[in-house]
Design a protein around this ligand. Structure first.
Ligand code: SAM
Length: 242
């Protein structure tokens, strides 16, 4: 038992460190790589997520793993001066890029360096909690989802945007793209093939649509549903805390 526990701890520590290394290394080129790798599609997926969130003036919103701040920027505009939109991330380099981008747009948003698995916010606080392309990187996804539910108000909505499982006919070309083209692009544009190899691997390991739906339900969320985006390249899962 001890050996197993000891081994697990080392493996988990390694994952946390690897994720940190990846995002320190990609922070500066993150936005341009996002556009390039997804052919701009991530913008459409985020617009869909923003529409489903339906943030109104005065809302309190938490964007987890917010990185360079695409969702927080839109939410901050919608929530207005009476609202409260938090941009949070576990990685200082990503958070700094995000905070500066929002400030340049004249948006003042509180930012917080924090791990989604242990959120430094009170119970029942937020109207909306979002996480875009972040859950995949978390070691204890069940714990993170439980934390997201905890900080939501009753009636509040969780939105999880993440890569997912593409429809069967696209599986092969998609694998070629992610395991060959992506690392090559990463090397050419950001001088870093390794981080993009990690990206492809983390997408492959991530639970598919129905598994993730079950995980949200296990975390206590209700009326859980998902929307496939671009043939399942990504999916948006939503759930309500009742
Ligand atoms: N949400 C942004 C977007 O959609 O463009 C950034 C997504 S980026 C691919 C993933 C982010 O997850 C990184 O900024 C990383 O630092 C963050 N992250 C990874 N593990 C985390 C954790 N346990 N808690 C909070 N953030 C985490």
């Amino acid at each position: 038992n001890t050996t197993h526990f000891g081994y697990k701890t080392v493996a988990e520590d390694q994952k946390v460190q690897e994720v940190a290394k990846v995002f320190h290394s990609v922070a500066a080129k993150y936005d341009v790589m996002n556009d390039l790798m997804s052919a701009g599609l991530h913008r459409a997926w985020k617009l869909f997520t923003i529409a489903q969130a339906g943030v109104r003036p005065g809302f309190k919103v938490l964007d987890i793993a917010g990185g360079t701040g695409d969702l927080a920027k839109a939410f901050a505009k919608q929530a207005g001066k009476t609202g409260e939109v938090w941009l949070t991330d576990i990685n200082e380099s990503m958070l700094r890029v995000g905070r500066d981008r929002l400030l340049n747009k004249g948006l003042v948003t509180p930012t917080m360096l924090c791990n989604a698995e242990k959120l430094p916010f009170p119970d029942n606080y937020f109207d909306r909690v979002s996480v875009a392309f972040g859950l995949r990187n978390m070691t204890h996804k069940d714990q993170a989802l439980a934390e997201m539910r905890r900080v939501l108000k009753p009636g509040g909505k969780l939105l999880v945007l993440e890569f997912s499982k593409v429809i069967a006919p696209l599986q092969k070309p998609y694998d070629v793209y992610s395991f060959s083209v992506l690392p090559w692009l990463g090397q050419r544009i950001a001088g870093d093939a390794e981080s993009y190899r990690y990206l492809a691997e983390s997408i492959r390991m991530h639970p598919d649509q129905d598994t993730l739906k079950g995980m949200l339900e296990d975390a206590g969320l209700e009326r859980v549903q998902y929307f496939n985006l671009t043939a399942g390249v990504a999916a948006l899962h939503t759930g309500i805390k009742l």
